[in-house]
Design a protein around this ligand. Structure first.
Ligand code: FAD
Length: 354
């Protein structure tokens, strides 16, 4: 069932660095917005692909990590209090007869907005799926791509698949829950195994040390190998078949599998919104970064124009001009003047400074 529509001046698709800065620039134009992202957190590529790596080319910030940049952007947009709708993909966009835009998400949210900003980067990040026969049938019941509520694993043998920080952190969280199980049966997992194709894990040193300590202490089991088969009876997973590096096959009793196989961006439904595209990018003009559909703008990595460079700095510039473009639609009776944040009392009012 679709919810009652939320009427708003602006919706931003994508909470990456450019989507976040778009909210700031809209705020300066006295335009409030809602931000939607498929991920459970803001930050786009900065957080998903290089959270702890340094960035050196943000003006005025000699060096910051991806995560730090996103944290600063989130602080910067606070005065404008955008509403976040995370963990949901924008699936459908249509233009209504009155010129407004109708936006639907995978979580059955519905927005009617005057302007839409597609800041979708390289697409919505989605979990890479386990490529083993029968995996699809077990998804959601015995196979998961997010940890979620650990109580659903009570008294079961859980295997976490993956070699990145997310897998290690999930395995440790389950291990803690399993220790609760020792004192209060039926609360946590019966056993926890971390499995990766080789004994090399990518995570920060503290997390890795905690993982090695848990293995040494016997609360976490380590399995090196690759999944080759899922054995289930009447839809109930009971065994994972594993190919080990020495060429053997091992059958491991498992009822719950949590796989962290990385994320891959998918352009997904954006291609069906009727917008002009070139090589999977949205075509925009460079005056205000509008697409060919009135009211829809595209900023950041998702757009294309002569000379386009996929840099955060360029996305910030695009978001600034797109906000001016939106002001003409949202406030048609107002003259859109260039004002400085340094000196404008109007901007100070919008920023909540006076
Ligand atoms: P993204 O960061 O990709 O964010 C887009 C967001 O939109 C995502 O969160 C996605 O989930 C969401 N989304 C997409 N489709 C939908 C949908 N239908 N519904 C809901 N949500 C959706 N740039 C620099 O300037 N300097 C650097 O040093 C630098 N280093 C980099 C290092 C690496 C390893 C990589 C991969 C990139 C680097 N970049 C750097 C590039 C920079 O990260 C991108 O230019 C920037 O992230 C683009 O921001 P964006 O907001 O346009 O898109």
């Amino acid at each position: 069932m679709t919810a009652i529509p939320i009427h708003t001046d602006a919706v931003i698709v994508g909470a990456g660095p450019v989507g976040l800065f778009q909210a700031f620039q809209l705020g300066l134009q006295d335009i409030r917005c809602h931000i939607i992202d498929a991920l459970p957190h803001a930050g786009g590529q900065c957080v998903e692909l290089y959270a702890d790596k340094p960035i050196y080319d943000i003006p005025g910030i000699p060096m910051c990590t991806g995560r730090e940049l996103v944290a600063q952007l989130q602080t910067q947009i606070k005065p404008f209090a955008p509403t976040f709708h995370l963990n949901q993909e924008v699936t459908q966009v249509t233009r209504l007869d009155d010129g407004c835009l109708s936006v639907h998400t995978s979580a059955q949210q519905h927005f009617i907005c005057k302007t839409l900003f597609v800041a979708a980067g390289v697409g919505a990040f989605q979990a890479r799926k386990l490529a083993v026969e029968g995996a699809l049938n077990l998804e959601g019941t015995h196979l998961h791509y997010r940890l979620g509520d650990v109580s659903r694993f009570a008294d079961q043998d859980v295997l976490v698949l993956g070699g990145e920080a997310s897998a290690v952190a999930a395995a440790l969280q389950l291990t803690l829950a399993a220790q609760t199980n020792a004192n209060a049966p039926s609360k946590g997992p019966r056993s926890v195994t971390l499995m990766h194709r080789r004994d090399v894990f990518q995570a920060d040193p503290m997390l890795l040390q905690a993982m090695r300590d848990a293995v040494a202490g016997g609360t976490l089991q380590l399995q090196i190998g690759q999944p080759t088969g899922l054995l289930a009876t009447e839809g109930q997973l009971h065994t994972l078949q594993i190919a080990t590096p020495d060429g053997h096959t091992v059958d491991r009793p498992v009822q719950q599998l949590v796989a962290f196989l990385g994320l891959s961006p998918k352009l997904g439904p954006i291609a069906n919104w009727g917008l002009a595209m070139e090589r999977k990018q949205l075509v925009v003009n460079t005056e205000n970064f509008a697409t060919d559909v009135p009211g829809i703008f595209a900023v950041g990595d998702i757009n294309t124009y002569p000379g386009k460079k996929k840099l955060i700095l360029c996305g910030f510039h695009e978001a600034t001009l797109a906000a001016f473009g939106a002001a003409a639609i949202v406030h048609p009776a107002r003259k859109t003047l260039l004002q400085y944040t340094t000196t404008s009392t109007e901007l100070h009012r919008l920023l909540g400074l006076v």
